[in-house]
Every structure is written in structure tokens, then in C-alpha cells.
Design a protein around this ligand. Structure first.
Ligand code: ANZ
Ligand code: ZN
Length: 829
């Protein structure tokens, strides 16, 4: 960079610092509940305090900040808060690595990142800041847990977890690498443990139904939620086990295929496995097989599709519809957690069963024949999964699938071996984590009294901070007798505290509620204050949270409503899922080594240019491809505006815009109003700030052209002034420091944030009308009045539709239509 270029750059550093200090000193973004003003709550997903902010944060928060500032100019009472999703495993790992304490690491990061957000000029009400690791926050989460426990919405059950014996800890799936512990390389074993669950399944139906209310959500997110909840309706039905007093229950969504059952598949973890195989000739072989499947499962990610395999149990069960005996297999693709953990296998009509039957030479029996087809077993290469009419199905023969389903369910109900049944893919939410850095679960175990909640006045059950930073280990709570040894709140005898902490998704399920009353000391929520602000009008964040975080938040909202804290059904009225920031074709990430640090950008170009680039480079829902020329371009634009305004300080004061404008000033006046319309529509309709910004850039070009051609008339000055003022207000939400400074530079006394968003004048925005001549066979047949900016296609259509023209082309074949810009249309017939 040459020195002349440097000197022509405006001094963003001192300007940005000056305005940041000003905003902080005047607490300009602080809000309180005001019944006379319409509220608007805009929220960006709060960050995990990992150390430094990255470009994804910059993008997310810039989008949110434009919305917040725009809505303020529109006169709303805007809540725009920020906080920290501050519990979680990385803090423990980092502490171990650095011989420090998770709390120290976390709070240091928060301080650093808060400062970075301030440097970006984001308009948060910092007085409402929340860090979820603070006892003032999780204390209320603990109270909520106890209320849930009392309502049966938090309960304990046994589950199988990944256990590392040498680390004495439970591991998350992603911490098990090829069946070994990621830290010590010891073999990981499944272990049955008691864990706490939230009964989200109680709300499955409402969570599904209310998806229809979410008109302000992207369709794809609604679909993902719908699939995650996964409602299926069908038949549950009992198959008796031959020779035993036992029954295997199955769930099927295709009762119409029940006469095509040729075997039964059950999950390796199924309750009946032991009973079925004990005493069988190859019992040991079967047990080995089950062990193999278990360890294979552990090495697979949840998304891996295993090669199908199974083993015959030696037992048969009986299809209650035709009394046929079919063999019972243990199969690796049957999930214990879904339906009943057993599947009636219909290889002719189910893909998985087909593959399995082929592999183990089991019979295939088609019973549902698609319209106009015939199914010959020997020729089938796949299962036939579509509906059709029934055959080989006794009294149901000839029925169509839909009708047959109903009739078959009816028959099962009449004969009491089955009934209509609905299942959900959604499971209850397991929230126990055997970790240190999380919110303690406020429960005490007493030998006499059983499970006793901690008394409300003893909350918070505080996380002990007594670890010695020098010893390099962060012991989980179950290794700290000074934490878990306690007395029973009911009987006073010695008792033991729960040593698990809560999943960090619990904190993020309700933080947006707490922002409404962050310092409330009496209860989980101040109903009036939270009630005033909620629901969140606009929520903005990454699509990676499209399922769990949003679903849990919806669940918490409904639950808190039922507990009497809230009056709303849904937490987020509108949702914007922003795309990723990518560079050289892949997501910016440390592991890829393609990270651009916002810190460097802010240092080199300033916060405003950084913000402008992140808004300009792509519409929010699309991925943003990093490109350094784009940053340069944004910087150049702001510098041009800066120089333009610096040269014309007198422009601030102008007389009213006169009615008779000369050509030059009318063009600018028109462009100003067209730009206001365009920017307003872009923001209101779909937050397409990129096109809004290019609109303002066009306006600036017209502005410079107008001043170049100016003839010194007062009307021109007035139009120029109108353009500059509008331009600054339109840009203010995106580049707030810059516009605040320029607003003063043109001589304004009050702050730009006291302005109203400009209204556009429909009349002024209209293009001038032109008269276009229409010729047919070279003869003038009509004249059209059209806007000067009309495009050729519209003009042709108008010409063809004109009454006078119609008389001459009616019945003729139009060969060609030629448009001569701004002059004429020639129709050749
Ligand atoms: C017989 C059948 C015949 C089936 C057919 C399908 C097609 P959705 O729709 O996703 O709910 N199933 C039931 N429990 C299962 C489990 N624990 N693990 C794996 N698969 C299981 O799926 C329901 C279908 O998935 C059920 O209907 C069952 O297979 C299978 F032509 O029963 B079906
Ligand atoms: Zn007791």
C-alpha cells in the first residue's frame, strides 16, 4: 500500500473508539419494559466462550445488529441482549492442558470475547449479560429441575453408557475412538447407569402440531423437526413364542403386509433374548455374536449403516393372523429404542428384510400387489414397498392397502392380540453428564427416604471451585467427598448428593427467557417482564442447531407455560438460519487452517468495513465465500463517501425541496426514493442486506454524478442533501460508527439514532414516462405511455396487447418484434 493511499483512508480507529465510548457512556442500548411502545426482541444464538470470536460470529451478530438498529429507527422498543453458553467439556480439557481451572479459563475468555464484540460496535444491552456458569443463573435452572421432578417431568432410569474404567468416567460417543478411550486408549465398555431424563415425549404431539404455527421459520428446519419427532401410526401386535409362555410384541406401520411375515427380527438388547436362547444348542455362539454386535455398534458413529447380519435363536413364534410358525432371529439393524425393539419381517415389502432374507435364504412372500403389476419372487431384485391390493391374505384378499390396514387393525383389536398404535422417533432427553463443568443436579440420595430434592432455600447447589490448579486434574464431582457428603433434607441422616451435572443444552433451552429479567432474584422468571418481551421476534443462528437446541427450547417454553411462568406456546416467532463462512471451498475452521481472524480484519480495516463486508458478500441464508477483494471494495466505498462528505460540509443545511426540479436534481430525488424503497423492502422481506447495500452504492454513484453536473441551483443542493441524509440513515444499521461520525460531519446536532427510518414517496420514486411509437409493417399504429425504465419484454407484451395494434396483427403470423430503446417497437408480420 502506498503512503498516499494510507493517508486517504479515514481514521476508522479513533472514530470507532469514540463512538463505542459514547454508546457505552450514554447506555444508549439499554432498554426497559414500556407498555406504551411496541416491543421487538431480536436475538442471536449466544456463543460458547472458546477464546476468540470467529468470522461466523461476526456474520451472525452483524445480521442481528442490523435488525436491532433498523427496528429502533422504526420506533420499536428493541431488546437485543448477549451472553455466554459457558458450561461444557472444552473448558475442562483446556484447564487440564494449561494447569488452570475451568472457571478461570472460561471467565478469561468471556472477558476477551466481550471486548471483541464491543469492538464490532454491536448494540447490545450489556446490563442484561448472562453467563450460564454463574450460580445466579443455574440456581434457577436447579429450581426448575425440582419443579419438573415434582411433576414427573424429570425422572431417573437405567441406561447403557460408554464407560472407561481407567479414567472412571462416562464418555460421549465422539470420545470413543475405535472402541478405545480418546484419552487413555483403554477399552471402553458399556455400563448400566442411572441417569436423569426429561420427559420431552409428553410434548411430542404438541411439538409436532405447533410446527404448523411456525410460519416465520425456514421450511427445511420445520421439516427437520418433523422428521426428528418422527410420528408413525400403525399396529402393535403380539406374536406368541412357540413352546414358551412368552409373547413378542411388534410395531408395524404396514399392517397390510402381515400375511407376508416370514420371520421375526429382534434387537440384541431385547428383554426376551435370554429366555429365548437359554438351553439352545449353540447358546454360546449366539452370545458371542451378540457381544460382537455390541462392540461393532460402539465403533460406529450414529449415522453409520452397518452391514446387516443376524443369528437364529432356535425359537419360533406364531403369526396370530394365520397361525404360521416363523423363525426368530436376532438382528443388528433392529433398534432397541424404537417401537418395541422387535420387527415382524416382511422381505417382499421391506428393503432391510429383503436384504436379510437373501443373505440367510429365508422365504419371501409377496402379499401386496401394486396396481398393474405382478410380483414373481424369483425375479424380485428389491422389495416392493408401494401400496397395492392384497393377496394371500385370507379374508382381506382384494382389499387396497389403506382399507386393509384399517380392517386388520380392527381384527386385531376384536381378537385382543393387537391395537392401533402411534410411536414417535423422539426419545426422552437424557441430561446426566458425569462431568465437572456443568450445573449440578439438585438431588440428594438417602438410604431411608430415597430420592430427595435439595430444599429450595439451599439453592444454588454450588459447583465447588476448590480444585488445585497445580495438580492438572479436574476431578468430577463423584471424586469429591467434600461435595457429595451431605445430610438428608427430609430426615437429617447422612446422605449423598447427586454427582452428575446437567447437559449444557439445558442452559441454552431457556436463556432467552431469562434475558427478559436477568437480575430477578426471587424466581426463575419475572412473569411480567419476561411476558412483556417474549416471544423472541427474530432469532438468528446456525443451521447446525436446527434440531436439538430449537426443539429443546420449544419444549421448555411449553413446559414453563404449563408450570405457570409463561403465556406463550412457541419461543421464536421468526427464525433465520445463516449460512456458513467458507474459504477456498471449505468451511473456515482451525483444523482446515483457513481461518481469517476478525481481529486482524478489524485492525486493518476497522469494524465498519468488517461488518459491511460480511453483510454485502452474500444474502444471510447462503454460504459466504471469503474474498479479500470484497473487503477492499467495502473499504474503498466507505472511504469514497468519507471524502465526498468531507469536501462538502455546508451541505447539511438546505431549504425545502422545491416542486420544480431541474432534470439533474429530479433524477437524484427519484433515485433517493427508489433506494429507500429498495432497502426497506430488502430488509422487511428477507433481510437481503447485500442487495440493500448495492442499492445504496448506486445511489452514491448518482449522487456523485449529480454534483459533478450541478449548475448551482438551490434545488440541486436540496436534492443532494436529501440524498446524503437518506444514505447515512439507510447505512447506519450496517456501519454505525461511520454513519454517526458522518452525521455530525454534515453539521447535525442530534445523534443519528434519533432519526426515523426514512419513508419513501411513491410518486417521487416513479420513473418518468416515455412515449413509444408502435409500428406494424413499418406504419405507425399506436403510441404507448410507459415508464422510462421498462424492460424490452414487458414493452413487447404491452405493444402486442394494445387494441389498435391488435387490429393489424390479428390473424397474421408475427415474425419478429424489434425494440428500439426509448423510441419504438416494430412488429414484423
Ligand atoms: C413390517 C413392515 C413391512 C414394515 C413393510 C415396513 C414395511 P417408521 O415408519 O420409521 O416408524 N421397525 C419397527 N420397529 C423397529 C425397530 N426397533 N428397529 C428397526 N426397525 C423397526 O418405521 C416403522 C417400521 O420400521 C415398522 O414397520 C417396522 O417394519 C420397522 F413392508 O413392520 B415394518
Ligand atoms: Zn432421609
Amino acid at each position: 500500500m502506498t503512503s498516499s493511499q494510507t493517508s486517504s483512508r479515514y481514521d476508522f480507529k479513533s472514530i470507532e473508539e469514540k463512538w463505542q465510548e459514547h454508546w457505552e457512556r450514554t447506555k444508549i442500548n439499554k432498554v426497559s419494559e414500556n407498555a406504551d411502545k411496541e416491543k421487538y426482541y431480536v436475538l442471536e444464538m449466544f456463543p460458547y466462550p472458546s477464546g476468540r470470536i470467529h468470522m461466523g460470529h461476526v456474520r451472525n451478530y452483524s445480521i442481528g445488529d442490523v435488525v436491532a438498529r433498523y427496528k429502533r429507527l422504526r420506533g420499536y422498543n428493541v431488546l437485543h441482549p448477549m451472553g455466554w453458553d459457558a458450561f461444557g467439556l472444552p473448558a475442562e480439557n483446556a484447564a487440564q492442558k494449561n494447569n488452570s481451572h475451568p472457571a478461570v479459563w472460561t471467565y478469561d475468555n468471556i472477558d476477551y470475547m466481550r471486548n471483541q464484540l464491543r469492538q464490532l460496535g454491536l448494540s447490545y444491552d450489556w446490563d442484561r449479560e448472562i453467563a450460564t456458569c454463574r450460580p445466579e443463573y443455574y440456581r434457577w435452572e436447579q429450581k426448575l429441575f425440582i419443579e419438573m421432578f415434582e411433576k414427573g417431568l424429570a425422572y431417573q432410569k437405567n441406561t447403557s453408557v460408554n464407560w472407561c474404567d481407567s479414567c472412571q468416567t462416562v464418555l460421549a460417543n465422539e470420545q470413543v475412538i475405535d472402541g478405545l478411550c480418546w484419552r487413555c486408549d483403554e477399552e471402553v465398555k458399556p455400563k448400566e447407569m442411572n441417569g436423569w431424563f426429561f420427559k420431552i415425549t409428553d410434548y411430542a404431539e404438541e411439538l409436532l402440531d405447533d410446527l404448523d404455527k411456525l410460519e416465520g421459520w425456514p421450511e427445511k428446519v420445520v421439516t427437520m423437526q418433523r422428521n426428528w419427532i418422527g410420528k408413525s401410526t400403525g399396529l402393535s401386535c403380539d406374536f406368541a413364542v412357540d413352546g414358551l409362555e412368552e409373547k413378542i410384541s411388534i410395531f408395524t406401520t404396514r399392517p397390510d403386509t402381515i400375511f407376508g411375515v416370514t420371520f421375526m427380527s429382534i434387537a440384541p438388547e431385547h428383554d426376551l433374548v435370554d429366555t429365548l436362547i437359554s438351553g439352545s444348542q449353540n447358546e454360546q455362539e449366539i452370545r458371542n455374536f451378540i457381544e460382537d454386535i455390541r462392540s461393532e455398534k460402539q465403533q460406529q458413529g450414529p449415522a453409520d449403516e452397518p452391514v446387516k447380519k443376524g443369528i437364529f435363536t432356535g425359537r419360533y413364534c406364531i403369526n396370530p393372523f394365520n397361525n404360521e410358525k416363523v423363525p426368530v432371529y436376532i438382528a443388528n439393524f433392529v433398534l432397541i429404542g424404537y417401537g418395541t425393539g422387535a420387527v415382524m419381517a416382511v422381505p417382499a415389502h421391506d428393503e432391510r428384510d429383503f436384504e436379510f432374507a437373501k443373505k440367510y435364504s429365508l422365504p419371501i412372500k409377496p402379499v401386496v400387489i401394486p396396481k398393474g403389476e405382478s410380483l414373481v419372487v424369483e425375479e424380485m431384485e428389491n422389495a416392493s414397498t408401494v401400496y397395492g391390493s392384497l393377496t394371500g391374505s385370507g379374508q382381506f384378499d382384494g382389499m387396497e392397502s389403506e382399507q386393509a390396514k384399517q380392517a386388520i387393525i380392527q381384527y386385531a383389536e376384536t381378537n385382543t392380540f393387537g391395537s392401533a398404535h402411534t410411536t414417535y422417533r423422539l426419545r426422552d432427553w437424557g441430561i446426566s453428564r458425569q462431568r465437572y463443568w456443568g450445573a449440578p443436579i439438585p438431588i440428594v440420595y438417602c438410604d431411608k427416604c430415597g430420592i430427595v430434592p435439595a430444599p429450595l432455600d439451599s439453592l444454588p447447589v454450588e459447583l465447588p471451585q476448590d480444585v488445585n490448579p497445580g495438580d492438572g486434574i479436574c476431578r468430577p464431582l463423584h471424586q469429591r467427598p467434600e461435595f457429595y457428603e451431605t445430610t438428608c433434607p427430609a430426615c437429617g441422616d447422612s446422605a449423598r448428593r447427586e454427582t452428575d451435572t446437567m447437559d449444557t443444552f439445558v442452559e441454552s433451552s431457556w436463556y432467552y427467557m431469562r434475558y427478559g429479567c436477568p437480575r430477578h432474584e426471587e424466581d426463575i422468571l419475572d412473569k411480567d417482564k419476561a411476558g412483556y418481551w417474549l416471544a423472541v421476534d427474530q432469532y438468528i443462528g446456525g443451521v447446525e442447531h436446527a434440531i436439538l437446541h430449537l426443539l429443546y427450547s420449544r419444549f421448555f417454553t411449553k413446559m414453563l407455560r404449563d408450570l405457570g411462568y409463561l403465556k406463550i406456546d412457541e419461543p421464536f416467532t421468526n427464525l433465520l438460519t445463516q449460512g456458513m463462512v467458507i474459504k477456498d471451498g471449505s468451511k473456515m475452521s482451525k483444523s482446515k487452517g483457513n481461518v481469517v481472524d476478525p481481529h486482524d480484519l478489524i485492525g486493518e480495516y476497522g469494524a465498519d468495513t468488517t461488518r459491511l463486508f460480511s453483510l454485502f458478500a452474500a444474502p444471510p441464508e447462503k454460504d459466504l465465500e471469503w474474498n479479500s477483494q470484497g473487503v477492499e471494495g467495502c473499504s474503498r466505498f466507505l472511504n469514497r463517501v468519507y471524502r465526498f462528505i468531507s469536501l462538502r460540509p455546508h451541505l447539511a443545511t438546505h431549504s425545502e425541496l422545491p416542486t420544480d426540479l431541474n432534470e439533474n436534481s429530479r433524477a437524484l430525488h427519484r433515485k433517493t426514493h427508489q433506494t429507500i424503497r429498495r432497502v426497506t423492502e430488502n430488509i422487511e422481506n428477507n433481510f437481503h442486506f447485500n442487495t440493500a447495500i448495492s442499492g445504496v452504492m448506486e445511489l452514491f454513484n448518482t449522487l456523485t454524478a449529480t454534483t459533478d453536473n450541478a449548475e448551482g441551483e438551490p434545488a440541486e443542493d436540496a436534492a443532494i442533501c436529501e440524498a446524503i441524509e437518506s444514505m447515512l440513515v439507510l447505512l447506519f444499521p450496517m456501519v454505525p460508527h461511520f454513519c454517526s461520525e458522518m452525521w455530525h460531519a454534515i453539521g447535525k446536532e442530534s445523534g443519528i439514532e434519533e432519526q426515523q427510518w426514512p419513508n419513501y414517496d411513491e410518486e417521487a420514486a416513479k420513473e418518468d414516462l416515455l412515449t413509444i411509437v408502435v409500428q406494424v409493417r413499418g406504419k405507425v399504429r399506436s403510441r404507448l405511455q410507459v415508464p422510462a425504465d421498462i424492460d424490452d419484454e414487458t414493452l413487447k407484451t404491452m405493444a402486442h396487447a394494445d387494441e389498435n395494434v391488435q387490429r393489424f396483427i390479428d390473424g397474421e403470423e408475427v415474425k419478429k418484434t424489434i425494440v428500439v430503446k426509448k423510441k419504438l417497437v416494430n412488429i414484423v408480420v
